[in-house]
Design a protein around this ligand. Structure first.
Ligand SMILES: COc1ccc(/C(C)=N\OCC(=O)N2C[C@H](C)O[C@@H](C)C2)cc1OC1CCCC1
Ligand SMILES: [Zn+2]
Length: 345
């Protein structure tokens, strides 16, 4: 029996190593499997692997043990929410890594910009309480008071991330010089704050402008001017925001798990609102929800408008991902019909 147990353990570790290896260049890795096989430490395993694969630790002379301690401390500060947890952080990190490899970004970003974008993705929802900004504002929470109702969650995530750097043995930025540290901090703050859904429309506007300029100056082969730091920062903000809203563009079985999770998180908020005699927020009433219809709305009015312009900027590498969105939408639409019948009884 002992031999059987060890053999099974060995096979699990081999399977885990293969899954982690696939995060290098695969869209739609099953991070729920990575979570199960890694003793619920997907973020530490995947972040260490990707930062090493990109040679970031060597470039900035960051000791592997320091990075391990930092990312482990961050992972431990993610709460066990149904959706906003360490698996979601790993998902956004891996999607951001994947899209930084798009050919349109070749020779565009500096190592520091790549480091900042992936760092921001890994920490972007740390200590998320599983409720929305609006809920925190409506309940006069300490966080809303602290951040004056402005991007309350996002301010909290980035503050906590930088505070974690001063935990014993966790300062992954200690080898950066003053200028690098200043630029890194500016980029991480702006990328994490840009994940606030209230900035969603602005992302679309900036991307439309950039695509327009690309279309007009069709001469310029690579549309992104590596000298324009502002444009590059906006692209990194949109890259992480797109990764944050990438669930409907993942293989259907993964998309459906994320949908179940976000709905459970929203429903728990609705339960809290009911118990506090507050008005139940949209989509948060578990007694009265149409999951497929709300996902259709999410895809048609939030996700597709963003990804449509993002895919135009990043053509042709985004096409396979857009194809997944299209097929998922067709599947969801087919379920709406049957879901209606179910409700009609
Ligand atoms: C897989 O599905 C989702 C994945 C992630 C999210 C998150 C974290 N934010 O998304 C934007 C958001 O919170 N919004 C604010 C308000 C809830 O109105 C919405 C239209 C936009 C939401 C997902 O689906 C939602 C939206 C439709 C049903 C539940
Ligand atoms: Zn997020």
């Amino acid at each position: 029996v002992e031999r059987l147990r060890l053999t099974r353990k060995l096979n699990m570790n081999i399977f885990l190593a293969q899954l982690i290896e696939s995060t290098n260049d695969t869209w739609g890795v099953d991070l729920f499997e990575v979570d199960a096989l890694s003793n619920h430490r997907p973020l530490t395993h995947v972040a260490l692997h990707l930062f090493k694969q990109r040679n970031i630790l060597k470039q900035f002379q960051i000791r592997e043990l320091t990075f391990f301690k930092f990312i482990s401390a961050i992972e431990a500060k993610y709460r066990n929410n149904p959706y906003h947890n360490n698996i979601h952080a790993t998902d956004v990190l891996q999607a951001s890594h994947h899209m930084l490899n798009f050919s349109v970004f070749k020779n565009v970003f500096t190592e520091l910009e790549v480091f900042a974008a992936l760092f921001a993705a890994a920490v972007h929802d740390v200590d998320h309480p599983g409720v929305t900004n609006q809920y925190l504002i409506n309940t006069n929470s300490d966080l809303a008071i602290l951040y004056n109702d402005e991007s309350v969650l996002e301010n909290h995530h980035v503050t906590l991330a930088f505070q974690t750097l001063s935990t014993e043995g966790c300062d992954v930025l200690s080898t950066l010089n003053r200028k690098q540290h200043q630029m890194f901090r500016k980029m991480v703050i702006s990328v994490v704050l840009a994940t606030d859904m209230s900035k969603h429309i602005q992302h679309i506007g900036h991307l439309k402008t950039m695509v327009e300029i690309r279309r007009l100056s069709s001469s310029a082969s690579s549309i992104i001017d590596p000298e324009n730091a502002e444009d590059k920062l906006q692209i990194l903000q949109s890259l992480v925001h797109c990764s944050d809203l990438s669930n409907p563009l993942k293989p259907l079985n993964l998309y459906l798990q994320w949908t179940d999770r976000i709905m459970e998180e929203f429903f728990r908020q609705g339960d809290l609102e009911k118990s506090l005699n507050l008005e139940v927020s949209p989509l948060c009433d578990r007694e009265n929800s149409n999951i497929c219809k709300s996902q259709m709305g999410f895809i048609d009015y939030v996700v597709h408008p963003l990804w449509e312009i993002w895919s135009r900027l990043t053509q042709p590498d985004c096409q396979p991902i857009m194809d997944i969105l299209e097929s998922n939408r067709v599947w969801i639409a087919s379920q709406v019909l049957t879901e209606d019948d179910k409700h009609d009884g």
